[in-house]
Design a protein around this ligand. Structure first.
Ligand code: PMP
Length: 392
């Protein structure tokens, strides 16, 4: 059998390699998964059950239930200070993943360049490649707290550049792009007539009373921004598979036509649960508060380990740790730690190649006591390796 070239071109997933390796051991503490262990508030779960029991389980409009699109549009209007038409400027999707896929599918022709800020969420690179478009990377540095430089973005723009993909707060670094930087990026996007895809799936998981800003709220950006968002992280609803996109009418229309051909619509019980989620402000706050506690726990643990540094964790439930002080690169660190102490984490190079070889990503999607145990093992691992080196 001969697979299509694009199927053959997919890069084998590095996180999966660690995951497969981890399955060889028992008692593994798995810090690889971006999947919250918490469950959504009860009212949201009940809304999904009610929909199932009442038989509200048929197809909906391809773009999703209008009541849900109205809720999404009105929350977005409040957050971004702009008016959005729920009928033509909002689509409900099967997770933010489908929103990301549909928007790239709608916008990229073969040969078009898509600028991706590195380190990045792996899916973006793979989807861009699968469309025979060209990913162009703008790397961010730890010294800059992994905040992208607008000047560096501008340097990468060519006549083939179609769009720029931003993800703030960022998976894998947790970096949150400040408003002043977003305004500079917006000016560049307008000057060069490029579209911005702004993945804001972690926008409600920011800490220390910060607020996550969106480039959509910058003047002149509504005409050229696709916001990707969803319920997975903020409401701990990953398995419900429900997300959304906000975009100009033309893009939403293309995305809606395509979704008709691939999934028809997002699952109905999940759509009813999502309506409930956006109707009851604040019931999900315990999720952010729990992640903030864990974030504090991770920072405290790291501060007592000389070999590991971290620029801070302003948002998300990930930490991008520099392990170069251990004398190992991220890959060596990850595989040796798994083998010796059964703690699984992901080498940083998975998220942007050799530039991030000194890093590893952890997800703190488990309770603090487990995180403490993971760091106890990491400390033991580092001490044993130091002793082993010293004795050579
Ligand atoms: N964007 C980013 C940056 C993510 O990290 C993820 C999930 N890990 C998604 C989108 C997809 O989320 P969903 O579950 O809503 O498809």
């Amino acid at each position: 059998m001969k697979l299509a070239e694009r199927a053959k071109n997919l890069t084998p997933s590095e996180p999966r390699k660690i995951y497969e390796e981890a399955r060889k051991y028992s008692d593994v503490i798995d810090l690889t998964l971006g999947d919250p262990d918490l469950i959504p508030p009860e009212n949201i779960r009940l809304a999904a059950c009610d929909a199932v029991m009442a038989g509200r389980t048929r197809y909906s409009a391809n773009a999703g239930l209008i009541q849900l699109r109205e809720k999404i549009a009105s929350e977005a209007s409040r957050e971004y200070g702009i008016e959005l038409d729920p009928v033509s400027e909002v689509i409900v999707t099967v997770g933010a993943m489908e929103a990301a896929y549909l928007s790239l599918w709608s916008l990229l022709d073969p040969g078009d360049e898509a600028i991706i800020v590195a380190p990045f969420w792996i899916n973006y690179k793979e989807v861009v490649k699968s469309l025979n478009a060209v990913p162009v990377f703008v790397e961010t540095k730890e010294a800059d707290h992994f905040i992208v430089s607008p000047e560096e973005i501008e340097k990468k723009i060519t006549e083939k550049t179609k769009l720029l993909i931003l993800n703030s707060p960022s998976n894998p670094t947790g970096a949150v792009i400040p408003r002043t930087t977003l305004e500079k990026i917006a000016a560049i996007a307008i000057k060069h007539d490029i579209i911005v895809i702004s993945d804001e799936i972690y926008s409600h998981l920011v800490y220390d009373n910060r607020k996550c800003e969106s480039i959509l709220s910058c003047p002149g950006m509504k005409e050229r921004t696709v916001v990707i968002n969803g319920f997975s992280k903020r409401f701990a609803m990953t398995g419900y598979r429900i997300g959304w996109a906000l975009a100009p009418q033309e893009i939403i229309s293309a995305m809606t036509q395509m979704t008709e051909n691939i999934v028809a619509c997002a699952p109905l019980p999940a759509q009813y649960a999502a309506i409930e989620a956006l109707s009851t402000e604040g019931t999900e706050n315990y999720i952010r508060e729990e992640f903030e506690k864990r974030r504090n726990c991770v920072l405290e643990e790291i501060s007592s380990i000389n070999e590991i540094t971290c620029m801070g964790i302003p948002g998300t439930f990930y930490a991008f740790l520099n392990v170069s002080g251990s004398g190992m690169n991220g890959k060596e660190f990850a595989f040796a730690l798994l083998k010796q102490k059964q703690v699984a984490l992901i080498p940083g190079s998975a998220y942007g190649g050799e530039t991030y070889r000194d890093h590893v990503r952890i997800a703190f999607t488990m309770e603090s006591s487990k995180l403490r145990e993971a760091f106890r093992r990491i400390r033991e691992f580092l001490n044993e390796n130091k002793r082993a080196k010293g004795s050579i």
